[in-house]
Design a protein around this ligand. Structure first.
Ligand SMILES: Cc1cc2nc3c(=O)[nH]c(=O)nc-3n(C[C@H](O)[C@H](O)[C@H](O)COP(=O)(O)OP(=O)(O)OC[C@H]3O[C@@H](n4cnc5c(N)ncnc54)[C@H](O)[C@@H]3O)c2cc1C
Length: 303
C-alpha cells in the first residue's frame, strides 16, 4: 500500500514524484516505456521557454529532471503494462499479475500523436514514415515527401522539408489550412510545396520502404497514387485515457476534467499535465500541475 501511485513518468509525473518525495509521501511511479521523459524524448527543437533552463533538445532537459530525482526515495517501475485501474478503490492491476493500492492516485499519462488509421501507417514506421522532420531532415534530403495535416505542425514540417526535398505535397482535409497565416502564405508561394486541400491519404504503399501514397481529392473522379519516399503525419494529439475511460469525467475532447486542485471527478484521483490540459500543454504547465497535486495530497494526508 503506497500513499501515492503515479501513472506516467513525463514532466508531470516526474515533478509530482519529486514533490511527493519532498513532502514525505510513500510514492510509486509506473511508466510503460523503457525510458522516462514522455514527449520530451521526441522534442528535437531547442527548449527556450521553460524558465531557468535552456536545453538544446528534450532529452537534455529530461536528463536534468532525472538527475534531480536521483537522491529521491520514490520507487519507479518502467516497462510496466497496466491491465486495469480501479479509480474508486485506487487499485492498479498489472499484466504481470501484481496488484498495487494507494490512498491517492495521480494520472500523468500525457498525449500521443493522432494516427490516420490507414493501411501501411503502422507497418512502415521507421521505413519512410517519419517521426520527426527536424531529426530526419538529412535522411530525407533529395526525396519526394508527403506531409499530412493542415495545422501549424504540418505546415512547419512541410516548410522545413521544402528546404531539402525536391517536392513536398501537403495533404489536408479542410478547404483552408488551419495553420497560422504566416505559415500558410509561405506554403502557398513555396517553389516546391504543393497543397492539396479537401483531400485524404487513403493508404501508404511500400514493401521495405514507403514508395507511394494513395490520395483522394474532392471533385476528382477517383483516387490516384503519387510516388513519395517519405511521409510525415501531423494531425494532432489525443489524450492517453484508455486505462480509465468510463470511470471519470472527461471534457468534450476526451481530456480528463479537473478542478483547481487538479482533482478529477473521483475523490483523491488527480490528473496532471497534458492529459488534463487541452488548452495549453507545456512543460511548465505539466510540472506546475504535478506540484499542485502532490501538495494537495500531502495536506489531506496530514489533516
Ligand atoms: C515535438 C514537440 C515539441 C515540444 N516542444 C515544447 C517546448 O518547446 N516547450 C514546451 O513547454 N513544451 C513543448 N512540448 C510539449 C511538452 O513536451 C509536453 O507539454 C509535456 O511533455 C507534457 O508532459 P506530461 O508529463 O503531461 O506528458 P507526456 O510527456 O506525454 O508523458 C506522459 C508519460 O506517461 C506515460 N504513459 C502513458 N500511458 C501510460 C500507461 N497506461 N501506463 C504507464 N505509463 C503511461 C507515457 O509513456 C509518457 O512517458 C513539445 C512536444 C512535442 C511533441
Amino acid at each position: 500500500m503506497y500513499d501515492v501511485l503515479i501513472i506516467g513518468a513525463g514532466p508531470a509525473g516526474l515533478s509530482a514524484a519529486l514533490w511527493c518525495d519532498k513532502l514525505g509521501l510513500d510514492t510509486l511511479v509506473l511508466e510503460q516505456k523503457q525510458e522516462v521523459g514522455g514527449q520530451l524524448l521526441s522534442v528535437h527543437n531547442v527548449i527556450d521557454d521553460y524558465p531557468g533552463i535552456h536545453a538544446a533538445h528534450g532529452r537534455e532537459l529530461r536528463d536534468q529532471f532525472v538527475e534531480q530525482t536521483k537522491d529521491c526515495d520514490f520507487d519507479l517501475w518502467t516497462r510496466v503494462e497496466i491491465e486495469s485501474v480501479d479509480l474508486t478503490a485506487k487499485r492498479v492491476k498489472l499484466k504481470s499479475g501484481e496488484e498495487l493500492e494507494s490512498i491517492a492516485l495521480i494520472l500523468a499519462t500525457g498525449l500521443r500523436r493522432r494516427k490516420l488509421g490507414i493501411p501501411g501507417e503502422t507497418e512502415l514506421v521507421g521505413r519512410g514514415i517519419i517521426e520527426s522532420a527536424t531529426k530526419e531532415r538529412d535522411t530525407l534530403a533529395g526525396k519526394d515527401v508527403c506531409v499530412v495535416g493542415g495545422g501549424d505542425a504540418a505546415a512547419e514540417n512541410a516548410l522545413l522539408l521544402g528546404e531539402v526535398c525536391p517536392t513536398v505535397t501537403l495533404v489536408h482535409r479542410g478547404k483552408k489550412l488551419s495553420a497560422r497565416r504566416e505559415f500558410s502564405e509561405q506554403l502557398h508561394t513555396h517553389h516546391c510545396v504543393t497543397v492539396f486541400p479537401e483531400s485524404r491519404v487513403l493508404r501508404i504503399i511500400g514493401n521495405d520502404q514507403v514508395e507511394a501514397v494513395e490520395i483522394e481529392r474532392a471533385h476528382a473522379l477517383k483516387p490516384f497514387q503519387m510516388a513519395v519516399q517519405g511521409v510525415v503525419v501531423r494531425i494532432g494529439f489525443e489524450p492517453n485515457t484508455d486505462c480509465v475511460l468510463g470511470q471519470v469525467a472527461v471534457d468534450e475532447r476526451g481530456y480528463l476534467a479537473v478542478d483547481s486542485q487538479q482533482e478529477t471527478s473521483v475523490s483523491n484521483v488527480f490528473a496532471i499535465g497534458d492529459v488534463a490540459n487541452p488548452l495549453a500543454p507545456t512543460i511548465a504547465g505539466a510540472v506546475g500541475a504535478g506540484a499542485t497535486a502532490a501538495k494537495v495530497i500531502a495536506s489531506r494526508l496530514r489533516s
